[in-house]
Design a protein around this ligand. Structure first.
Ligand SMILES: O=P(O)(O)OC[C@H]1O[C@H](O[C@H]2O[C@H](CO)[C@@H](O)[C@H](O)[C@H]2O)[C@H](O)[C@@H](O)[C@@H]1O
Length: 752
């Protein structure tokens, strides 16, 4: 890759790395002027892992899937493991290189830029970001995908889709060739991860950051191809025959079989082209270890043989088929001398052959470019003839049109195509990427799209909640407390419900359509005191205790011996692990071991020890926010509790006119969201970069939960007669159950 003076742009002193390789350095004047591979770091991968990674996952899974060919896609857990391992290896090598670079470079050299390329490295960014953060290294992370990004319907087939999306979202900016791929990606982030997105601004909110998504169509070193075309000796000697040129890697995505069949139809339907036209197909061997590719070669050999056998005359063979490589000079000469170039992939990220062809079309009158609409190039190169490769007969007609196109039309089309590629060359692409990253400062201010998401607004909920709630009669609003309604604080007593949230909840609790329950890990009296609103349902200890609006209680039965076990565990934890700020919260039936205030360097060991002691005492340790919850081994959690609350409020025969919203921030809330999946609108409050959630939407903060509550208030408020005040008590007295304190591990029957 070469680069030239970037005109009106100046480099802001940042340095760029790509897969551990330093590519560009600013010169003294601050302009990007040279490609300087200063350091190349090898990444060693064992052959078996490499095979599973490269042939297996990259070429056997991502390649066909991202080209929307799911039938050719292999899903293998072992290959995926290898992919994770290799990405980790690349990430670690990059972080080491980054560290060395920062240590050896002078201060103020700018923030290094790590530029990750393609589907082989979709997971590396998160590891680089986290390790760099841990080491206090600053860097910018960018990613560019050179192949298409498929639509949701295809992408969702991949079993580890969350990891891939979150891996890419580890970057500050993710680039694709065209806007369609950007929109597919944004759509997948929303639908699979539940991220808040801005489709117009091409932004995704994830992990507490805004990730920019940008269409950055790649170009070619245009002038280099022009020079090659000028210098290359002639390759086509028979001036009476026109050449239709195809240049491709031998790959099933390239539509080669379809192309040969279209050419056959051309000769059949338009015999005037016989002995006058030759299809020169150059097929560069590729991925020859993979069976799909071996099969394709076989099919091509047979098809070329059959068509040639059918039409060849003593003076002419219709197809010249080169299975192998040609030199750049030869290639430029073929491009220059071809009358028509056929670029008809079934799917292609961009396709540079189309661009190289137009760059080399220096003769007058020029030839004609035919492009598939399923290549990124088809999106931009409007003046080419667009041809759907699947429509074999139609494609034959397009070739015919190209072969018979008048000179003036050819010239007009080719001039426009050439002009665009000359400007949008590979340097332009690189500069656009660097500008998007904020590494190259542009005086012409090219990147007009916003770079950060606006704060969450009521409108953000319109699409999702309006569709779900519609005109329903009743809404069950089920809300977690810490981290959802109240921001996390250094100590539970300090986690105060913000006054505005309290007021909205109070108003909502007076709406007859809205039934509110607060479902917390705290003990029930404590959470009720923290919220301080009468007439709601409160569930404490992850649902083991439920306090109904009329004051009656449900208490989940516990093994009798657990009372003693709780106090024994409390003692053990206090004696053995409560040091340096760690403490145990005694919640009656449960305990929580808190380590928020402990120094970072003692945490790992302390947490491991606490978990062990909790397990040894017969409890289940569950990770919470800087805390380990010790839960008794009963089949009851926030999920079962949520169902129980709904059942007591609405009965079991819910009509479709009842809707549920659940919002929570913790793994314990995942139990509820899992239990309510398909029945509720679910929100996970998180700023994590790498969690899996069953929630349909993510929210970045407790503030955004407040906005969601306001949305509910507005929605139902519109339907309320003004000045009406109702209690929040849908729960009939007879529905409420007081449970016996006896041991029972399985579910509680609806009639108990
Ligand atoms: O289910 P929740 O309502 O989210 O309660 C979960 C736990 O929250 C409390 O601990 C957490 O919040 C504290 C206050 O912000 C914070 O100091 C602590 O580090 C967090 O883990 C509560 O103390 C626990 O009992 C709850 O189980």
């Amino acid at each position: 890759m070469a680069t030239s003076q970037p005109g009106a742009s100046k480099q802001n002193g940042d340095r760029f790395w790509a897969s551990g390789k330093l590519l560009y350095r600013p010169n003294a004047g601050g302009l990007v002027t040279a490609v300087a591979p200063v350091v190349v770091v090898a990444v060693h991968v064992e052959p078996a892992i490499f095979d599973a990674y490269y042939n297996g996952c990259c070429n056997g899974t991502f390649w066909p899937l991202f080209h929307s060919m799911p039938d050719r896609t292999i899903f293998s857990a072992d290959n995926w493991k290898a992919y994770q391992a290799v990405n980790l290896e690349f990430a670690e090598k990059t972080v080491n290189a980054l560290r060395r670079l920062i240590e050896t470079e002078e201060e103020n050299a700018g923030t290094p830029l790590v530029w990750l390329h393609d589907y082989h490295l979709m997971l590396a960014a998160n590891t680089i970001r986290n390790s760099a953060d841990d080491l206090g290294l600053k860097c910018k992370l960018g990613f560019f995908l050179h192949i298409p990004f498929p639509p949701w319907d295809i992408f969702r087939l991949f079993p580890w889709a969350d990891e891939v999306l979150q891996g890419m979202l580890g970057c500050d900016m993710v680039g694709f060739h065209i806007e369609d791929y950007c929109l597919n990606f944004v759509d997948c982030c929303q639908r699979r991860l539940g991220c808040r997105v801005d489709r117009k601004g091409l932004l995704v909110e994830h992990g507490g950051r805004t990730v920019r998504v940008r269409p950055l169509p790649i170009g070619i070193p245009y002038e280099r191809f022009v020079e090659l075309a000028k210098a290359a000796p002639p390759v086509i000697t028979n001036k009476d025959q026109k050449t239709v040129l195809g240049v491709d890697r031998l790959d099933y995505t390239k539509g080669l079989v379809h192309r040969l069949k279209s050419f056959e139809v051309l000769l059949e339907k338009h015999p005037e082209h016989r002995e006058k036209v030759v299809l020169m197909q150059i097929a560069v061997p590729s991925r020859t270890d993979v069976k799909e590719y071996q099969d394709l070669k076989e099919e091509m050999d047979q098809l070329v043989g059959r068509i040639n056998g059918r039409f060849t005359t003593p003076n002419w063979s219709p197809i010249k088929y080169i299975y192998g490589c040609v030199s750049q000079d030869e290639l430029a000469a073929f491009y220059r001398e071809a009358a028509v170039a056929l670029v008809t992939p079934l799917r292609d990220g961009m396709n540079l052959v189309a661009k190289e062809f137009v760059a080399c079309q220096i003769n007058t009158p020029p030839g004609v470019l035919i492009v598939s609409p399923f290549a990124g190039a088809g999106e931009m190169m409007h003046e080419a003839l667009i041809c759907n490769p699947y429509e074999i007969n139609e494609a034959a007609e397009v070739i015919h049109r190209a072969l018979t196109m008048p000179e003036d039309e050819r010239t007009l089309r080719m001039n426009s195509l050439r002009k665009r590629e000359k400007v949008h060359d590979v340097d332009y692409w690189m500069r656009s990427f660097l500008k998007g990253m904020g590494t190259l400062i542009s005086e012409d201010g090219d990147d007009v799209l916003p770079t950060t998401m606006q704060p969450v607004t009521l409108e953000d909920f319109d699409e999702y909640l309006s569709k779900y709630i519609g005109n329903t009669d009743k809404l069950a609003l089920m809300l977690d407390y810490d981290g959802t309604l109240a921001p996390i604080a250094p100590h539970p007593d300090l986690a105060i419900l913000p006054p505005e949230t309290k007021h909205v909840l109070e108003r909502l609790s007076n709406m007859p359509e809205v039934y509110i329950s607060i479902i917390s890990g705290r003990n029930v009296n404590n959470v009720k005191a923290m919220v301080g609103i009468e007439g709601l349902t409160y569930a404490g200890n992850h649902g083991l205790e439920i306090l109904h609006p009329d004051g009656s209680r449900f208490v989940h039965p516990m093994p009798v011996e657990f009372e003693d076990k709780v106090s024994d565990l409390l003692k053990v934890l206090q004696e053995q692990v409560c040091k340096e700020g760690a403490w145990v919260e005694n919640k009656g039936a449960l305990l929580t071991f808190h380590y928020r205030e402990t120094p970072l360097d003692v945490r790992q060991e302390m947490v491991a020890q606490a978990k062990l002691l909790i397990e040894q005492a017969g409890f289940k340790p569950a990770q919470a926010h800087c805390a380990i919850e010790a839960k008794p081994p009963v089949q009851w959690n926030k999920g079962r509790a949520s169902i129980y609350i709904l059942r007591t409020a609405f009965g079991l025969d819910w009509s479709e006119r009842i809707r549920i919203i659940y919002a929570g921030d913790d793994t314990t809330d995942e139990d509820a969201m899992e239990a309510l999946k398909g029945m509720a609108a679910t929100f996970r409050v998180t700023q994590s970069q790498i969690i899996r959630t069953v929630a349909e939407r993510r929210l970045p903060s407790t503030d955004s939960v407040l906005t969601m509550l306001k949305w509910v208030e507005r929605h139902f408020g519109k339907r309320l007669p003004r000045g009406n005040s109702y209690g929040n008590n849908l729960c009939k007295k007879g529905d409420v159950m007081k449970m016996e304190m006896s041991f029972k591990t399985d579910d509680i029957s609806p009639t108990s």
